[in-house]
Design a binder for this molecule. Structure first.
Ligand SMILES: [Zn+2]
Length: 307
């Protein structure tokens, strides 16, 4: 399934610009990413949710380059990575231990259900980085993993590091019944920073009430609504915020693309020591597989010594 209403992020503001938001809905991007791997259902689900969050977070930043969201833990799923280029190209992958995952699920008696991401990753940290190329200082934000859901984990970051009032809801739908497609989505709303002489017309009390109402609207959004193929993201926003002076901003499209290449890998291999190369050789060849897209690259020993 490929749906024109998905794989995009729409920015918006409500209450005369007092609150800024984003809505992301992913489908084809996820099918492409997850189709490149044979992850267990839980790992695919965790990665689909991570990818929606990464897309939302990247859309909040102005950058030229690469945004990466990385969740690293001591649980059966030790790594979840999603990166988003400023051109809207997304890739994602995970590292997990199948045996540990199976035994943890058996212990918790959750073999037939998808567990929330925090159970799978355990303790660790979540990091956001923005790499804008050479001669620029990479931006980084880090928060330790705490919370019952990925949403709670991410909100902790906003509270601690950014100190911006934020509300967020993430959604996930796995292939089931007639649908063989993955869907994930997220909606985020933040209080706009008051700077540059900007004024808000409402009184502080009215504004606090408006924020509470907006949070409640977001929490009322259901899986059925956000994953309704017949609805555009604008339709969903109008349903939620038609009484809040909704203004739509830009819509950005996303697609899957891996940035690996033969040349990049060859360069990396040429940086290896001779004994390291020797240990990787099999019948005079080295085979490398990209973690992100599972593409296999075969190198002949003779290529590695060229300069
Ligand atoms: Zn790749």
């Amino acid at each position: 399934m490929s749906n024109k209403n998905f794989d995009s992020c729409v920015s918006f503001h409500i209450n005369n610009g007092a609150f800024l938001g984003r809505i992301v809905r992913l489908n084809n991007v996820l099918d492409k990413i997850l189709g490149k791997h044979c992850y267990p259902l839980d790992v695919s689900a965790a990665l689909a949710e991570t990818t929606a969050l990464a897309t939302l977070l990247s859309s909040l930043l102005k950058y030229e380059g690469l945004f990466t969201l990385q969740i690293q833990g001591n649980g059966p799923v030790s790594l979840l990575v999603a990166d988003v280029t400023s051109e809207g190209k997304i890739r994602a992958c995970s590292t997990y231990d199948a045996e540990k995952l199976a035994s943890a699920k058996a212990l918790r008696k959750t073999e037939n259900q998808i567990e929330a991401l925090p159970h799978l990753v355990g303790g660790g940290y979540m990091a956001f980085t923005v790499d804008q190329g050479q001669n620029t200082q990479p931006y980084q934000g880090v928060v330790d993993l705490q919370g019952k859901t990925l949403t709670e984990m991410a909100l902790r970051y906003f509270k601690q590091s950014e100190q911006i009032d934020t509300t967020l809801k993430l959604f996930l739908k796995h292939p089931e019944g007639e649908s063989d497609s993955w869907l994930s989505a997220g909606i985020l709303l933040q209080k706009a920073p008051l700077k540059g002489g900007k004024t808000i017309q409402e009184s502080p009390e009215d504004l606090a009430q408006a924020w509470e109402d907006a949070e409640a609207y977001i929490q009322s959004l259901t899986d059925n609504e956000i994953f309704d193929e017949g609805l555009t993201s604008a339709d969903i926003l109008y349903r939620l915020f038609h009484a809040n002076n909704l203004t739509l901003g830009t819509e950005k499209s996303y697609s899957f693309r891996c940035r690996c290449s033969r040349d990049k890998l060859l360069n990396t291999l040429r940086g290896f020591k001779e004994d390291e190369i020797e240990s990787m050789l099999e019948e005079g060849k080295i085979t490398l597989t990209c973690h992100f897209c599972s593409e296999k690259y075969v190198f002949d020993k003779s290529e590695l010594s060229k300069h």
